[in-house]
Design a protein around this ligand. Structure first.
Ligand SMILES: [Fe+2]
Length: 163
């Protein structure tokens, strides 16, 4: 993860070293969401086979939900006095989620790949909650718990689909 994170004038009283660590975690998560947003579109366009009609729609719901979350996470970074990842080139560098190939793909393979991606987001959110807790940042922890519950639901549904 890139070491440089820009500070702003905003100060909600959490202390500079704490917010820097939290914002770095938030930005890592944000970078993953930005890549996932494009990846979900890729699958929405390239899905082929039996599950086209079902998954085509589900993928649209998922990318719309990711789009809302991208904004919430970025604004959380700003609320704690730092600058969110705002460039795709940086998101690609910092993301651990990889892009999908631009090719036809079946529903089961999509579900399997997305379960792995959502699981990695869950891991990232659990560390974010821990780091936020260490610095008394209940606001970030509360946001992250909401995102976590959402991701757990998606893992459940995608796993049931792919089984
Ligand atoms: Fe569409």
């Amino acid at each position: 993860m890139a070491g440089s994170i820009e500070k702003t004038r905003v100060d909600v009283g959490l202390g500079a070293s704490g917010t820097e660590e939290i914002a770095t975690h938030l930005n890592g998560y944000l970078a993953n969401l930005q890549v996932l947003y494009v990846k979900l579109h890729n699958y929405h366009w390239n899905i082929e086979g039996d599950h086209f009609f079902t998954l085509h729609e589900v993928l649209e719901e998922l990318y719309n939900s990711v789009a809302e979350e991208v904004d919430e996470v970025a604004e959380r970074v700003l609320k704690i006095g730092h600058r969110p990842v705002g460039r795709l080139s940086d998101a690609l560098k910092e993301s651990t989620i990889t892009e999908a190939d631009n090719t036809g793909i079946g529903g089961a393979a999509i579900a399997k790949n997305l379960v792995a991606d959502y699981r990695s987001l869950i891991d990232q959110l659990r560390s974010l909650i821990e780091v936020a807790g260490n610095h008394g940042d209940e606001g970030t922890a509360d946001d992250a718990v909401g995102f976590l519950k959402d991701k757990e639901k998606q893992v459940w549904m995608l796993t049931a689909f792919g089984a």
